[in-house]
Design a protein around this ligand. Structure first.
Ligand code: GAR
Length: 220
C-alpha cells in the first residue's frame, strides 16, 4: 500500500446498505484512500445507485450470462484487477466463489455475514437463530477462505434476541451493527493493522480469538 492511496473494490448483489456505510466512512475521512469500484452481479442492485451518487466506478457482471462459474469468476477477477485493489470487500455479494477466485485474493478479501460464525453459514440466518431459540445472534466480519462463510473472524457484534422478535426485526437490528463493524474492519486492514497469516487473523501482530474481537471491546 506504499506510494499511493490505498484502493478498495466492493462487490455487491443487492441493497448495498453496507456499501453505503463504507461510503459514509470514506466521506468522513475515517478510512484513508478510496473505494475505486463497485461491482454487482445484479444489474438492478440498489447499491449501484449508491455508488454512482458517490461518483464511484460501477461494473455489472451478470452471472446468468456465463455458462460456468469459472468463466464468471475469471471475468470478475479481470474487472477487479483493473483497479489494482489493496482490499476486496464482499458486501452482500451472494455468489459462491471458486477456489481460484478465493486464492487470488486470499488475505486481502473480507466478507460480512449476518450470524455469529461459525454458527449459521449460508442463508436464512435470522430465521435459523429464532428457530433454535438462541438468546444471542449477531454479525461477523471475516477473511474469506475457500469454504462458504468461513475463514478467520475479525470482529463480531452481538445482538440479543428478544421474545417478540420476528425475522425482520432481528435482521434490522443486526444490520445496524453491520454498518458499524464493517467500516472498522476495513479501516484496520487499510491502516495495515490487520492481516491473515497461516489461516489466522492478526490485529497489531496479535492473533485474534476464534470469534474475532467483540464490538463492545472496540468501542470502549
Ligand atoms: C447483509 O445482511 C450481509 O450481512 C448479508 O447480506 C446482506 C446485504 O445487505 N451477507 C450475506 O449473507 C453473505 N453470506 P446490504 O446489501 O444492504 O449490504
Amino acid at each position: 500500500m506504499e506510494g499511493r492511496d490505498p484502493v478498495v473494490v466492493v462487490l455487491i448483489s443487492g441493497s448495498g446498505s453496507n456499501l453505503q456505510a463504507l461510503i459514509d466512512a470514506y466521506q468522513r475521512e475515517e478510512i484513508p484512500g478510496k473505494i475505486s469500484a463497485v461491482i454487482s452481479n445484479k444489474p438492478h442492485a440498489k447499491g449501484l445507485e449508491r455508488a454512482k451518487k458517490a461518483e464511484i466506478d460501477t461494473h455489472v457482471i451478470e452471472h446468468q450470462k456465463f455458462a460456468q462459474r469459472e468463466i464468471f469468476d475469471a471475468e470478475l477477477i479481470k474487472t477487479i484487477e483493473k483497479h489494482q485493489p489493496d482490499l476486496v470487500v464482499l458486501a452482500g455479494f451472494m455468489r459462491i466463489l471458486t477456489d481460484d477466485f478465493v486464492r487470488r485474493f486470499e488475505g486481502r478479501m473480507l466478507n460480512i455475514h449476518p450470524s455469529l460464525l461459525p454458527k449459521y453459514p449460508g442463508l436464512h440466518t435470522h430465521k435459523r437463530a429464532l428457530e433454535a431459540k438462541d438468546k444471542e445472534h449477531g454479525v461477523s466480519v471475516h477473511f474469506v477462505t475457500a469454504e462458504l462463510d468461513s475463514g478467520p473472524n475479525i470482529i463480531q457484534a452481538i445482538v440479543p434476541v428478544l421474545n417478540q422478535d420476528t425475522e425482520e426485526t432481528l435482521a434490522t437490528r443486526v444490520l445496524e451493527k453491520e454498518h458499524i463493524i464493517y467500516p472498522i474492519a476495513v479501516k484496520w486492514f487499510i491502516d495495515g493493522r490487520l492481516e491473515m497469516k497461516d489461516g489466522q487473523a492478526y490485529l497489531d501482530g496479535e492473533q485474534l480469538p476464534e470469534s474475532g474481537l467483540k464490538l463492545e471491546i472496540e468501542q470502549r
